[in-house]
Write a protein that binds this ligand. Sequence first.
Ligand SMILES: Nc1ncnc2c1ncn2[C@@H]1O[C@H](COP(=O)(O)OP(=O)(O)OP(=O)(O)O)[C@@H](O)[C@H]1O
Ligand SMILES: CC(C)(CO)[C@@H](O)C(=O)NCCC(=O)O
Length: 350
Amino acid sequence: MSEHPSEDPHPRASTGPLPALVAGTAPWAGSPSKPEPPNTSHSPFAELDRQAWARLADTIEQPLNQDDVDRLRGIGEHLSLNEVEQIYLPLSRLLSIYVESAAQLRSAANEFLGEQTLRTPFVIGVAGSVAVGKSTTARVLQEMLRRWPSTPRVELVTTDGFLYPNAELQRRGLMDRKGFPEAYDRRALLRMVSEVKSGKPEVRAPWYSHLVYDIVPDREVVIRQPDVLIVEGLNVLQPARVREDGTTGLALSDFFDFSIYVDAKPKHIEQWYVDRFMRWRDGAFANPESYFHQYSFLDDEQAQARATDIWSRINGPNLRANIAPTRSRARLVMAKGEDHSVSRVLLRKV
Ligand SMILES: Nc1ncnc2c1ncn2[C@@H]1O[C@H](COP(=O)(O)OP(=O)(O)OP(=O)(O)O)[C@@H](O)[C@H]1O
Ligand SMILES: CC(C)(CO)[C@@H](O)C(=O)NCCC(=O)O
């Protein structure tokens, strides 16, 4: 079975062109008659609190119709539509500005060089811990970006598909290291993103099932020259590996045009992991095909203990050692509070 994400089943709402956000008139920039003092902070990030960020939504026409709203509800029953409007709508507009400016840059460079290089996909990396909400963020962004005139075709791939199959992880003694950098076929992942970014007409990626807890051999994702590719995964901002001779190769992020780190306090993320595990125990684990079918028989206390144990042996240490250290490599950081609502957005100045 193969997925055909390039066939867009969700036509865009006909909202017409949307107003651009003009630098200097953004809601956080202060009124023209009383300019804000220049920000003299030497942090590489400009920080916007939720209020300032959410006010940006007022400058953008609401592009969602009822069908869109229903589809977004399907992405996450816990996702609030207020969050979609106040946080993800401005984010999608900011991203569409980056896409448009990349196209302008390419055409100016083409003119200068007398070349006619073709447009290649704009690649966005979405990083963060297990259970922080990367897939939810990536799927909402996919739905929103599809509505901008410059990016009707948006495809999504997760790095889960590049985990080695369980048989190989067992052979390497890595079954308890799922999600750690060494559990992935990093070369294949790099090749996939490099091929998409280079404009290859059709690129295939393997598919991982959370239910079966393994790569599914007869299923794949097919990527056909989208306008935007979103690459979501724990490890997408990891720096390049240093080879034995001391040289470094390419990192996945070398192919990114933009990157987002979804951030939250580790104790909150752990709670979300446990909550999700409890929901899966009551739902997906009941399926006999589920790798964790035996967990569907655990009582509340046992299930809590099991989830906490997995977190403290695998996902927590991976967050500390490999994922959190990549946060400052992101172009934009979304910091979430205990209820998943975004409390701050940090955007790289340089
Ligand atoms: N914005 C949000 N509002 C409310 N709940 C959310 C939001 N984002 C994620 N969640 C919930 O948090 C949990 C983790 O989210 P999600 O599956 O998107 O995380 P993830 O980072 O992709 O995890 P993994 O790496 O394990 O695939 C889910 O139960 C999801 O419903
Ligand atoms: C597949 C990953 C690595 C990332 O989505 C994660 O969901 C996972 O399975 N971590 C290993 C420990 C666990 O079962 O949660």
